[in-house]
Ligand binder design. Structure first.
Ligand code: FAD
Length: 470
């Protein structure tokens, strides 16, 4: 029933993003003959090529600009920055090139075969790969791991073919800096790109359907970010629906439906960042008998196995949260199970980070969720206005909040807002994984003066043992 094949491998991995390359490398290390197929000409998927990494390079550039502005109030004044977009773009590209080149080397070392082309399941044990020149090759496999990721959501009323309409990929290309940019969607990706373009000189408007930016995080956590960007951006329209985008000679005419927004306004560019859709429906998975949900997710068990015994799936294509570190861990599990180990995905929590200014990070149960679930919880909060290190950075708006189970005192969640919150959240993630309680965290000696102290202080605040400013 499987038909002819041009070659046969032990494991075929479809998609070479963080999930796919991790799975391929782990499987190869465990002695499985592995081949990876990706439509791109480099490994690394969305994250390395057009996601996490290029965005962080540009966010670093934005931070340098904003910090020089902040220091102007404290006696150090630089001139207005002159921005050479071509050089900035080349630097960003060079960061990506270094990383994806590194992956190619690691694949070679492990004798992982890479095939460039678009893959499609044509039967339970065959994937047909179509290369850029249109030729096809059929690869047979004993096991497959689907790691085909996700794509930006497109909206039916938006003229996506107009070059002034951007998605995260084209926004990262940095073709130009529009004078007025509308960011459609106040989630992590939209706000990170807004952070970049604001510092490069765009006047930013953000429109968000929900009543807060970054709707997944607690409102109090997001407040310092809302205040920071509220003072810098032209407009932030919450509880507002964008109903139409029309291409005109003068710009993109956008219609809104919301109490505070105008009926319409015209922008030089619109960045659509309203979420990502999984690629599960475009891989021919029905030919392999693999079940895909209406939304395009592939369902898996805790060993990343689909309903078909020898086919596994990992990363964005299996569900939320669509984050690289989740994909990586799932990739390891799938590879190990393919290699005969009895591994399972058993993470208690997966941290989320918005690399905005200030950063917003959370892990475990949010306070919104704790309330909705009726959990008996208590919280300890340390405001960074009392942190010597934060004040030395010229910033006071941050906050560290820890949530504890009131019966056991064990930590169940954490939210941090402030510069470097994304790095600080790891301690809370580890504490949750270890089942640490408030005393474990409060009695752990944190180095002074660091932002990490705020985690210890928040635990002390919960215990009632906090004595001091830090
Ligand atoms: P992907 O990285 O999506 O890779 C899938 C690969 O499969 C792609 O290379 C694609 O070409 C290939 N593919 C798909 N279909 C086929 C096919 N039929 N044939 C051949 N190849 C195919 N996450 C974080 O954790 N931290 C961040 O800071 C972060 N920043 C982000 C910033 C932006 C702008 C974006 C867009 C995303 C960001 N993400 C971030 C999300 C992160 O990129 C994804 O969660 C991660 O890349 C998912 O990995 P994956 O392995 O599931 O697949």
């Amino acid at each position: 029933a499987d038909g002819p094949e041009d070659r046969h491998v032990g494991l075929l991995v479809l998609g070479a993003g963080p999930g796919g390359y991790t799975a391929a490398f782990r499987a190869a290390d465990l002695g499985v003959e592995t081949l990876v197929v990706d439509a791109r000409d480099t490994l690394g998927g969305v994250c390395l090529n057009v996601g996490c990494i290029p965005s962080k390079a540009l966010l670093h550039a934005a931070k340098v600009i904003s910090e020089t502005k902040e220091m102007a109030e404290h006696g150090i004044r630089f001139g207005e920055p002159t921005i050479d977009l071509d050089e900035l773009r080349s630097w960003k590209d060079s960061v990506v090139t270094k990383l994806v080149g590194g992956l190619a080397g690691l694949a070679k070392q492990r004798k992982v075969t890479t095939v460039q082309g678009t893959g499609r399941f044509v039967s339970p044990h065959r994937v047909e790969v179509t290369t850029a020149d249109g030729s096809t090759t059929t690869i047979g496999f004993d096991h497959a791991i689907v790691a085909a990721g996700s794509e930006p959501v497109r909206l039916p009323f938006v003229p996506h073919d107009d070059p002034r309409v951007l998605d995260s990929t084209s926004a990262l290309e940095l073709a130009e800096v529009p004078a007025r940019l509308l960011v459609l969607g106040g989630g992590i990706i939209g706000l990170e790109m807004a952070t970049v373009y604001a510092e490069l000189g765009s006047r930013i408007t953000v429109v968000e359907l929900m009543d807060q930016i970054i709707p997944g995080a607690d409102k109090d956590l997001v407040k310092p970010l809302a205040k920071h960007i509220g003072a810098r951006y032209e407009n932030i329209y919450l509880s507002t629906k964008c109903t139409n985008v029309e291409a005109t000679d003068d710009g993109l005419k956008v219609s809104f439906d919301g109490a505070k927004a105008p009926e319409s306004d015209t922008f030089d560019a619109v960045l659509v960042a309203v979420g990502r859709t999984p690629n599960g429906k475009v891989l021919g998975l029905d030919a392999a008998g693999v079940a895909v949900t209406d939304r395009g997710f592939v369902e898996v068990d805790n060993q990343q196995r689909t309903n078909v015994e020898h086919v596994f799936a990992i990363g964005d294509v299996v569900g939320q949260p669509m984050l690289a570190h989740k994909a990586v861990h799932e990739g390891k599990v799938a590879a190990e199970v393919v290699a005969g180990k009895n591994s399972a995905f058993d993470a208690r929590v997966i941290p989320s980070v918005a690399y905005t200014d200030p950063e917003v990070a959370w892990v475990g149960v949010t306070e919104n969720e704790a309330k909705a679930q009726g959990l008996s919880y208590g919280s300890g909060t340390f405001p960074w206005a009392a942190s010597g290190r934060s004040l030395s950075l010229g910033r006071s708006e941050g906050s560290t909040k820890l949530l504890f189970d009131t019966e056991t005192d064990r930590i169940i969640g954490a939210g941090i807002v402030g510069p470097a919150a994304g790095d600080l959240i790891t301690e809370a993630a580890l504490a949750i994984e270890l089942g640490a309680d408030a005393a474990d965290i409060g009695l752990t000696i944190h180095p002074h003066p660091t932002l990490s102290e705020t985690v210890g202080m928040a635990a002390e605040a919960f215990e009632g043992t906090l004595t001091d400013l830090y």
